[in-house]
Design a protein around this ligand. Structure first.
Ligand code: NAD
Ligand code: ZN
Length: 238
């Protein structure tokens, strides 16, 4: 497998690089991962809170959890990994960033072409009129209501067991098929169909670079595996 120098050269000569990011990219900013402290919230697990059934059963409880996460994320800053990807976009206007993160840190850092596959913790959607809008209140009123129709608002995120929004998924597939280099950073590569994006890129001829301290199910198809933290390795890759 290639080392960082070859990966760096491939990235330098790339015309259409794509990055796929997961919770690991925000870890150094201090955003808790679901496997960490968030999993201990009131001894409830995210899998029991981030579901349509949980919201039907007890929307106030689910909003309390989202309110708590909002308050944490509101005070958090992007890290060197986010800024390295902003730099990559400046060099390559064709760059696309596909993220599973809902924290909004890529956009806050300055990335523009961001495909937020799992939605955003800073957006709500209305159960009444279906409208989606930005709402950066932290803490947020429990339960928030739609300014247009008075309907109950829910977080505009993809929950466990839900399909990804089709339009976004199409854009992610398209970007992956058009990539000549793909960086997979901070993602465990276990959630489908997102985890299939690197193999789609590879079939279309892309060079694959993984940045993750731990090996993942995707490691086997990577051309270069950089073992370490995204905030330390991504700036060096550029
Ligand atoms: P995950 O399982 O997708 O992956 C975390 C990965 O990051 C692991 O493979 C880990 O080895 C790696 N990692 C840890 N620290 C790293 C670092 N400094 N640099 C590079 N890689 C690092 O993440 P999860 O926490 O289980 O979350 C699953 C889903 O839950 C996400 O896809 C997302 O939708 C949601 N979530 C989002 C956020 C966020 O927006 N920041 C946080 C938690 C959960
Ligand atoms: Zn409404």
């Amino acid at each position: 497998m290639d080392g960082i120098e070859i990966a760096r050269q491939r990235l330098r000569s790339s015309r259409s690089p794509v990055a796929l990011t997961g919770a690991g990219v925000s870890a150094e900013s201090g955003v808790p991962t679901f496997r960490g402290v968030e999993g201990l919230w009131k001894t409830l697990k995210p899998e029991d809170l981030a579901t349509p059934e949980a919201f039907d059963r007890d929307p106030a409880l689910v909003w309390e959890w989202y309110g708590w996460r909002r308050s944490i994320i509101a005070s958090i800053r992007p890290n060197a990994a986010h800024y390295a990807l902003v730099e990559l976009e400046k060099r390559n206007p064709a760059f696309a960033l596909i993220t599973q993160n809902v924290d909004g840190l890529h956009s806050l850092a300055g990335s523009r072409n961001v495909i937020e596959l799992h939605g955003s913790i800073w957006r709500t959607k209305c159960l009444g009129c279906g409208g989606s809008s930005e709402d950066r209140n932290a803490p947020i009123r429990i339960i928030p209501r739609c300014a247009l129709c008075g309907g109950v608002l829910m977080p505009d995120v993809v929950w466990f067991g839900e399909a990804l929004p089709e339009g976004l998924l199409d854009r992610a597939f398209e970007a992956s098929e058009g990539a000549d280099v793909m960086i997979a950073a901070g993602t465990s590569g276990v959630v489908q169909p997102t985890a299939s994006l690197p193999s789609i890129a590879k079939k279309a001829g892309a060079y694959l670079i993984e940045v993750n301290p731990e090996p993942t199910p995707l490691s086997g198809i990577m051309d270069a595996r950089l073992a370490g933290k995204a905030g330390e390795l991504l700036p060096g890759l550029l």
